[in-house]
Design a protein around this ligand. Structure first.
Ligand SMILES: *Cc1c(COP(=O)(O)O)cnc(C)c1O
Length: 357
């Protein structure tokens, strides 16, 4: 029996995808080997690699003016590669701080180039997302960076911030593919796969081609978006198995009806859970207009009940609901692959626990 998996990342994968990988593990397309064991330069791996890119293009409606890259080192490596590639002398990278991950991105950028905070929610405990009026973009930033979904605090931008003139860079690690987005509004998007697209080990970078060419040609080759792009993300040996799984996950998303269908499914799952939280017994962490559809953060009004709550979860095979250590409380991550039936199981437990406490 599969667990009800609410882990924040790595996180649940669609059961159908795992079963498919299992059937192909020992004999991928009649080769007598797995995808992991074959050359990344051969035609069979190439088909998976380019189909994965084609699926991402289709699911996100990515314009031709953008490259889709596979990188390694997680989203955290992108915290440094963004300023390395997109930084400009005498101009700042500007950062909207909505949580721990945006802080991390700012700190890395500050080591490499000039970086500036243009809004921070830290004083409010990162409970909310700013309005456009609150974001003070400078006259000529090199780029503006934000985090679309704050995995730890459970807040999410429900719009793309207006930053006219500057290339917009977004860490979309925890909500990419969860809903439609207008890629043409961005200079660059990056996302680790392990929340919403596949296993850990591969990071997707979607960049406007002109912007990717901004990088200094003297950058080490593996740090250069332009070099990775001109080599179709095959400059070095890519993480072939994670990319193959990402391809299977995106096949699954296409079959389910793509981003519109996914957004609707996700909205309904989140509504079920927020309905269970609203009331006197549980308390949400995020302000109501800033709530995440992906990571639902909450507390029990009496925090001393939390250990009993977590024990009750474990009994029903509900796992991964302990909050991040920096926020405490509870968190349910309900990415694309988390089925509605798991959300229903958690809601049932929450209602039972409230009645019995
Ligand atoms: C998980 C996460 C990261 C870190 O990803 P790694 O792949 O571990 O480097 C960065 N940003 C956001 C928004 C995340 O959710």
């Amino acid at each position: 029996m599969r667990s009800h998996n609410f882990s924040a990342g790595p996180s649940a994968l669609p059961t159908a995808v795992l079963e498919r990988a299992q059937t192909e593990m020992l004999d991928f397309q009649g080769t007598g080997m797995s995808v992991m064991e074959m050359s990344h330069r051969g035609p069979l791996y190439a088909a998976e690699h380019f189909d994965a890119i084609a699926n991402l293009r289709k699911l996100l409606d990515i314009p031709d003016a953008y490259d889709v890259l596979f990188a390694t080192g997680g989203a955290r490596t992108q915290f440094a590669l963004v300023p390395y590639n997109l930084g400009l002398p005498g101009r700042s990278g500007e950062y909207i701080l909505t949580g721990t991950w945006s802080e991390g991105a700012l700190n890395e950028a500050g080591k490499l180039t000039s970086a500036r905070t243009i809004w921070s929610g830290e004083a409010d405990g990162y409970r909310r997302i700013p309005s456009d009026e609150e974001i003070r973009v400078g006259p000529e930033p090199a780029y503006v960076h934000y985090t679309s979904n704050n995995t730890i605090y459970g807040t999410q931008f429900h719009r793309i911030p207006q930053v006219s003139g500057a290339p917009l860079v977004c860490d979309m690690s925890s909500d990419i593919l969860s809903k439609p987005i207008d890629v043409s509004r961005f200079g660059l998007i990056y996302a680790g796969a392990q929340k919403n697209m596949g296993p850990s080990g591969v990071t997707v970078v979607i960049g406007n081609k002109e912007l990717l060419d901004r990088a200094d040609p003297e950058l080490p080759e593996m740090w250069s978006y332009a070099r990775i792009a001109s080599n179709d993300s095959l400059l070095n040996t890519p993480p072939t198995f994670p990319i193959y799984l990402l391809k299977l996950v995106t096949d699954w998303l296409v079959e389910l009806g793509g981003r519109e269908a996914m957004a609707e499914r996700n909205r309904r799952k989140a509504a079920l859970l927020y309905d269970a939280i609203d009331g006197d017994f549980y308390r949400p962490h995020a302000d109501s207009g800033s709530r995440s559809m992906m990571n639902v953060t909450f507390k029990i009004h009496d925090p001393s009940l939390e250990p009993a709550f977590l024990a009750a979860c474990e009994e029903r095979r509900i796992i991964g609901v302990r909050g991040h250590r920096s926020v405490g409380g509870l968190r349910a991550s309900i990415y694309n692959a988390v089925p509605r039936s798991s959300v229903e199981a958690l809601v049932e437990l929450m209602n039972d626990f409230r009645r019995e406490s």
